[in-house]
Write a protein that binds this ligand. Sequence first.
Ligand code: FO1
Length: 313
Amino acid sequence: MILVLAGGVGAARFIEGLVQVVPPESITAVVNTGDDMELHGLRISPDLDIVTCTLADLIDREQGWGIVGDTSECMSWLMKLGGPGWFKLGDRDLALHIRRTAMLREGSTLSEVTNSFCQSLGVAVKIMPMSDDPVPTHIITDTGEVHFEEYFVRRRAQDAVRGVRYVGVEAARPAPGLLDLIATAEAILIAPSNPVVSIGPILAIPGVRAAILASSAPVITVSPIVGGAPIKGPAAPLMRAVGLEVSAVGAAQAYAGLLDGIVIDRVDAHLAPQIAALGLRVAVTDTIMRGPLEKANLSRVALQLAKAHPAAV
Ligand code: FO1
C-alpha cells in the first residue's frame, strides 16, 4: 500500500498521476484538515473535498477547487441575506458541506463522512483526514491570529506572516488506522503541497512523525517549489516565516530527518549536489503537472526513487 501525505490542489493532481501507475485501491491519501472551518453553520473541509472531487473527476480544473460547471444561486442569496461572501461555495459544493455537517451531527466521524463520500462519488483511492479531531491552522499576523482561509482567501495573503499555529494539535489523535498504515506502507510519498500549512499539520499530529521514523517505508517527496517559487498558493511567505529557504533545498529541509529522497524540477538540477549532501537521493524530472502524461511520469519517477531505497521491498 502506498501512503500519500496530501494537501489540496497540487496533491490531488499528483495522485491523478499515481492512479495511472499503480492500482487506485493500493493508494491511501492522508489529507490535511488544517484548512477546515465552519461557515454558514456548515463544516467545510477544503483539502478533503479537493482531493475527493479531483479523483472523482468532478473538480473545476480551472480553479483546482469547487465542482465543475457549478452554479452560485445559493451563494448569491446567502449574500443577499447578509451572509459572508468571501469564500465562494457553489450549489453542488454546498451539498458536500450540508451532508458532511448533517452526518457529523448524527455522530459520524470525519473519517466516516469522507469514506462515505468516496463510496458515493466512486473514488477507489482511500482518502482519510489526518485526524478526526479539529486542528485549524492559524496564521499569526501583525494584527492578530487569523484562520488560514481568512488569511489566504479573505485577506488575499496580504498580511505579513509572523508565525503559524496548528490549534489544538497537541490533543489531536491520528485518524483511525493512520499509524498502522504508516508502519506497513510500502512507500510514503509526500505530495507537492505546501510544506507549512498542508503537510506540516499532518506531521504535527502526535505520533505521526515517530511512526514515520520507525517505519521501514522509504519516504519520498516532490518539491512544490520550482525555480524558487511555488506553482501556486502562499508557500513562499509561509516558508520564509518558519525559516525555510523558498527553494527545492528548503523543501528538502522542511522534512529534515524524515526524507530518503526528493524529486526536483529540471530548472533546479543545479541544486541536486547540495540536496544530495543532506543525505538524500535526488531525482530530476519535469515536475510541472501540465497533463496526464506529466502527472504519470512524475509518479513513476517518485516510485522509482522509493524502490531505489535499500529498505524498499
Ligand atoms: N480558494 C480561493 O482562493 N477562493 C475561494 O473562494 C475558495 C473557495 C473554496 C471552496 C471550497 C473548497 O473546497 C476550496 C475553496 N478554495 C477557495 C480553495 C482553498 O482556499 C485553498 O485552495 C485550499 O484550502 C488550499 O489547499
